[in-house]
Design a binder for this molecule. Structure first.
Ligand code: SF4
Length: 76
């Protein structure tokens, strides 16, 4: 199985570096497994990695919908 292409530079994981158990859990659930379920991965593919806030959780699917809606909505 392939790993997430953003694994080496994922800001979310880097910010959790001191929480090794949590990093391992997220990696097992998403990064090294079914990363297509990761909200951060979906956002990066849809809008570019630079548009993904560091604090978005991999399991924040509801936030992805809201964020995507806001990006596509007219500004005025
Ligand atoms: S948290 Fe998501 S975007 Fe970051 S490396 Fe894991 S699967 Fe990829």
């Amino acid at each position: 199985m392939r790993n997430c292409e953003f694994l080496c530079e994922c800001a979310f994981l880097k910010n959790l570096e001191e929480e090794a158990d949590l990093v391992d859990l997220f990696k097992t659930l998403y990064c090294l497994g079914d990363f297509s379920r990761c909200a951060r991965h979906a956002l990066a593919l849809a809008h570019g990695r630079e548009m993904v806030s560091d604090d978005i959780l991999p399991n924040e699917a509801e936030l992805v919908s809201l964020f995507a809606f806001r990006l596509s909505a007219p500004l005025c």
